[in-house]
Design a protein around this ligand. Structure first.
Ligand SMILES: Nc1ncnc2c1ncn2[C@@H]1O[C@H](COP(=O)(O)OP(=O)(O)OP(=O)(O)O)[C@@H](O)[C@H]1O
Ligand SMILES: [Mg+2]
Length: 262
């Protein structure tokens, strides 16, 4: 992979990919994929199961290396953005061992690690528990924002599925990264939690962050996302929610129900 040259401090594009191809072993998932995500925008990635949405996010985090093509984050190499703690990532399937004896606060505080490492010096390598109180305060603030302040000292494994999602969102928020990549943050959460998460993402965008979110709720992108990218092995459509919903075939079940007045 070649990184795009000319790193810029005020890059207009948060993510810029050209001719990307990627997959696993002999399985090709993305081919000839171009992608542009403007800095400071809120973008929704939509598409059917197996279309390559999570794979695309993994490329942008640097967890997966493209077979072909070029990819840059804020005008520089992905690895550089990752090292600088500029990328926060909430995976779809969290690799955390939920039985591990970590409290909710501990898990959220881990989001501060890139900032702590960036401060440098020998203190950066001390355990989280003896890092300055400001990092813990930030973690508690993020837990408060997602409505989990009361559960900070609970073992992470003792949370419900929706509460775990909110804890992982708090971890992504507390990192303070310029680019937030969230893989299905709204899946499996109740209506109240969904409203909280949507508000936090809008606030993050208002604070100048770039938010990229995978969702299956196409209608929910209206009045929320600036742009929608429809993924099917590559970006097959891109535009405002209205533009992209216009090219998406209507849901046949919903159409049948509408016809029968159901
Ligand atoms: N670690 C892996 N090893 C092998 N194949 C994988 C791996 N991860 C994903 N795949 C395959 O790659 C393809 C794309 O997967 P991906 O997770 O990117 O899809 P997705 O668009 O996120 O789907 P979903 O909506 O179900 O989350 C699928 O066929 C999937 O089975
Ligand atoms: Mg996925």
């Amino acid at each position: 992979m070649r990184a795009l040259a000319r790193p810029r401090t005020e890059a207009a594009m948060a993510v810029e990919g050209r001719g990307l191809a990627a997959g696993y072993g002999s399985l090709s998932v993305l081919a000839d994929c171009d992608i542009e995500i403007a800095a400071g925008s809120l973008t929704a990635l939509v598409g059917p199961n197996g279309a390559g949405k999570s794979t695309l996010l993994k490329l942008v985090t640097g967890a997966l290396v493209p077979w072909r093509g070029t990819l840059s984050v804020f005008g520089g190499a992905v690895a550089q953005a990752r090292r600088a703690g500029e990328i926060a990532y909430m995976p779809q399937h969290e690799a955390i061992d939920w039985d591990y004896p970590l409290t909710v606060r501990d898990v959220v505080r881990l989001g501060r690690l890139p900032a702590i490492r960036a401060r440098g010096g020998w203190r950066a390598w001390l355990p989280m528990s003896v890092q300055p109180g400001a990092d813990t305060e930030a973690a508690l603030g993020a837990l408060d924002a997602v409505g989990l302040a009361g559960l900070a000292h609970r073992p992470i494994g003792a949370l419900s599925g929706g509460q775990k999602k909110r804890a992982l969102l708090a971890r992504a928020l507390v990192q303070g990264a310029r680019l937030m990549l969230l893989d299905e943050p709204l899946a499996g959460v109740d209506r109240d939690s969904e409203a909280v998460i949507r508000r936090l993402l809008i606030e993050a965008r208002a604070a100048g962050r770039t938010v990229v979110m995978v969702t299956h709720d196409l209608d929910g992108t209206r009045g929320f996302a600036d742009r929608v990218l429809l993924i099917r092995g590559r970006v097959v459509a891109a535009g405002t929610p209205e533009e992209v919903l216009g090219v998406t075939p209507p849901d046949p079940v919903a159409a049948a129900l509408a016809r029968t007045g159901g």
